[in-house]
Design a binder for this molecule. Structure first.
Ligand code: FES
Length: 148
């Protein structure tokens, strides 16, 4: 049966609409699953280093989360020196925290653990390590970011 005045059968139009609605439904249902396996990259490096303050704001064994561009950075005063990483977990973008008792950087969302020495993944679902950032002291001010 053909619709009047058209060369396209009504059945084909209904099949096309059904297929489009099916594809839309599948996208709504499976989009979050796909995003789980291919999380968005949330990186933005400020062009200038960011001043944090006096170096003793981060005591030995302690940490501090600071704003670094649009996303936070985690500064850790580790036993072998200051370290800084993006505080955004590479799995699903939760904020990671330093745990001085375990000696690891931890993501509370899905139990991701990172090595304080280089930000690499120790265990858990994060697909890659934390992005390392430069940290340095100049004129008695602690900075995060590349020294110009
Ligand atoms: Fe960090 Fe899932 S968001 S482990």
């Amino acid at each position: 049966m053909r619709s009047e005045g058209s060369g396209v059968p009504r059945r084909n139009v209904m099949r096309l609409l059904g297929g489009l609605l099916g594809a839309l439904g599948a996208t709504v249902l499976f989009g979050p699953v796909i995003a789980y396996f291919w999380p968005a990259k949330l990186e933005e490096i400020p062009s200038e280093p960011v001043a944090v303050g006096a170096p003793d704001l981060v005591p030995p064994g302690g940490s501090m989360t600071v704003r670094f561009g649009r996303y936070p950075a985690l500064i850790i005063n580790a036993p072998d020196g200051m370290r800084a990483y993006s505080a955004v977990c590479t799995h699903f973008a939760c904020l990671v925290k330093w745990n001085p008792e375990s000696g690891m950087i931890e993501c509370p969302c899905h139990a991701g653990f990172f090595d304080v020495a280089d930000g690499s993944v120790i265990s858990g679902p994060p697909p890659e390590g934390l992005m390392p950032l430069d940290v340095f002291v100049k004129d008695n001010i602690l900075y995060v970011g590349s020294e110009a």
